[in-house]
Design a protein. Structure first.
Length: 539
């Protein structure tokens, strides 16, 4: 039977677009369907974590992403106020994007990385992901097409797609289907797979939220404090946060609705909520509004069935504290991308398909628990009713809140352990060496080549990143003076010599096998055996 394509991806959010890039870069024929006319027009996620930036670097467009959003010299501070125009309570100063590019080259330890985080609205990143996916010859992006049904026929899948602006439905066939359809995933529901976990109510970051995307020329001039990237309002009347979108007058404001607030507040009501955070009225133009729910920590029972895979928000729903929803969705796409490509291109074994859920479900559960702890930390800490008083008690309440929020911001926004420390221990694709990984801590990352985690990073003498020399699929690192060769297989494998004691010490072995997603699959003091290589590709 002739199939229309190799992989059908439903959903052109960050997860689906990243997957189309991973597949297309490996020559896999891919059709991506999205019901909308274009990528998101609402800013949505605010933070691209360092690990996600490293993946964008691997695909060759990290610099393009880093140029999006705020101007290069705009500070990315996170600041807390009673109201933006009154008392500043706490501030975590972070570098501008221009400074980050230089800074990373001198960092070691927890921040030994090819890229630092980038504070940028998701809508800008999606445009870059789309531009690159659409330029790949084997990728076809089809907007304004809604998938309404899908069937696993055992040896292929079919998907019914309807043009959202009218016209006849078409049926497309492929070897695999990936539903990256977001929170309301039709495919997940059709497969009878439930999302499990709590929806938690809190003073903040637990309950109904409303987002207001606006423009204002006046905003910066009215605030008697240094510019920040994120502005949090901490007062008993209403809690909220606001992120600068373009650094030139565009902002995205998110406030929590109280139980008595209208189900669907009017624009005038939301403006008043913004003025409460600001501490005064000001001129603004509304660009867009959206409702969303904070307090969720939901994980799907399964990440797919047969030839149908689920990824991104379709299988995990976060409260945005820690900024992990979109970043976890990107890592799903990275994991699934090379595996589906290996299956389509013939060098992957039958174990690869099942390994997706085995690896990504625990990783998602881990990230969910970190984001939930951050939401508890900031959301259960309620403002003292006297915090705005011009009295000694008011000053003491502000000092107390400031000390707490200074601690909290450093815990939530400096997370090398979360971003680099994610591991796939227990995966059948790995060959463990009997060593144990370091403790999994949010704010501390200890580079380790213990199989199952991210390959330790190094800056090379010529100023390039070690990662820039990895192959696009598997890489065998030969450290210091190692010269052995692996057995011949059909696995695309780049041999990379890394002389010097420093690299040998960092990796703790003469050889290390690095997967396409830059995870260490194996390390040892002789070249990997055929069975190590076969295990790594699910044979
Ligand atoms: C206020 C807010 C702040 C956030 N902040 C952060 C943050 O700082 N960091 C972070 O990591 N995450 C954050 N997130 C979460 C982040 O936005 C999501 O996790 C992310 O968008 C998930 O990407 P996705 O591709 O899985 O799904 P989505 O972005 O939801 O994309 C799904 C796509 O599928 C399409 N689709 C759905 N059904 C069909 C169908 N049947 N046929 C065709 N197309 C279909 C949709 O139109 C959509 O384009 C935030 C979320 C919110 C609401």
């Amino acid at each position: 039977m002739t199939l229309d394509t190799d992989v059908i991806v439903i959903g052109g959010g960050p997860c689906g677009l990243m997957l189309a890039n991973e597949l297309g870069r490996r020559g896999v024929r891919t059709i991506l369907l999205d019901q909308d006319a274009a990528t998101a027009t609402n800013p949505q996620a605010n933070a691209t974590q360092a690990r996600t930036m490293e993946h964008y670097r691997r695909l060759g467009f990290a610099d393009e992403v880093r140029a999006q959003g705020l101007p290069g010299d705009y500070p990315t501070d996170i600041a807390y106020f009673t109201r933006y125009t009154t008392h500043e309570l706490a501030r975590f100063e972070l570098p501008s994007s221009k400074a980050a590019t230089e800074l990373v080259k001198g960092l070691g330890g927890s921040w030994s990385a090819a890229e630092l985080p980038h504070r940028v609205s998701q809508m800008f990143v999606e445009r870059v992901l789309l531009r690159h996916a659409a330029a790949l010859p084997t990728v076809s992006i089809r907007h304004l097409m809604r998938a309404t049904d899908s069937t696993d026929h055992g040896d292929h899948v079919s998907v019914v797609a309807e043009p959202t602006q009218g016209g006849p439905a078409t049926t497309l066939t492929a070897r695999y289907l990936v539903a990256a359809e977001g929170a309301r995933s039709r495919t997940r529901q059709a497969l009878g797979i439930r999302l499990e976990g709590p929806g938690i109510e809190r003073n903040f970051m637990g309950g109904r939220m409303h987002a207001l995307f606006f423009r204002s020329r006046e905003f910066y001039d009215l605030i008697p404090h240094p510019k920040a990237w994120m502005y949090w309002a901490f007062n008993p009347q209403r809690r909220s946060f606001l992120a600068a979108v373009d650094g030139d007058g565009e902002f995205n404001f998110h406030c929590q609705l109280w139980p008595g607030d209208p189900e669907d507040p009017t624009e005038a009501q939301v403006r008043q909520m913004l003025f409460q955070a600001m501490g005064r009225e000001f001129e603004l133009e509304v660009v867009g509004r959206a409702s969303w729910m904070a307090g969720l920590a939901l994980l799907a029972e399964r990440f797919g069935q047969g030839r149908q895979f689920l990824a991104g928000d379709a299988v995990h729903l976060f409260t945005p504290t820690g900024g992990l929803g979109y970043n976890t969705a990107i890592e799903d796409a990275v994991n699934l991308g090379w595996k589906l490509a290996a299956l389509v291109n013939g060098w992957g074994g039958p174990g690869l398909a099942a390994s997706y859920e085995i690896e990504r479900r625990p990783a998602s559960a881990r990230n969910l628990s970190f984001s939930r702890a951050f939401a508890d930390s900031v959301g259960l800490f309620a403002p003292d009713p006297r915090i705005e008083d011009d009295t000694a008690e008011g000053a003491a309440a502000r000092a107390h809140a400031g000390a707490y929020l200074n601690r909290h911001s450093r815990a939530e926004f400096n997370i090398p352990g979360i971003t680099f420390g994610m591991r796939y221990d227990g995966s059948p694709l790995l060959s463990p060496d009997g060593t144990l990984p370091p403790a999994d801590e949010a704010n501390r990352y200890e580079p380790t080549a213990c199989p199952g985690g991210r390959a330790p990073h190094l800056w090379l003498a010529d100023g390039s990143s070690l990662y820039d020399h990895f192959g696009f699929d598997f890489t065998l690192l030969r450290l210091n003076t190692a010269t052995g060769t692996p057995p011949a297989t059909d696995i695309p494998l780049t041999l990379l010599d890394l002389p010097g004691e420093e690299a040998r010490t960092l990796y703790g072995a003469d050889y290390a096998l690095i997967r396409p997603d830059q995870i260490v699959a194996w390390r040892g003091d002789a070249p990997p055996s055929a069975s190590v290589l076969e295990r790594a590709v699910g044979k």
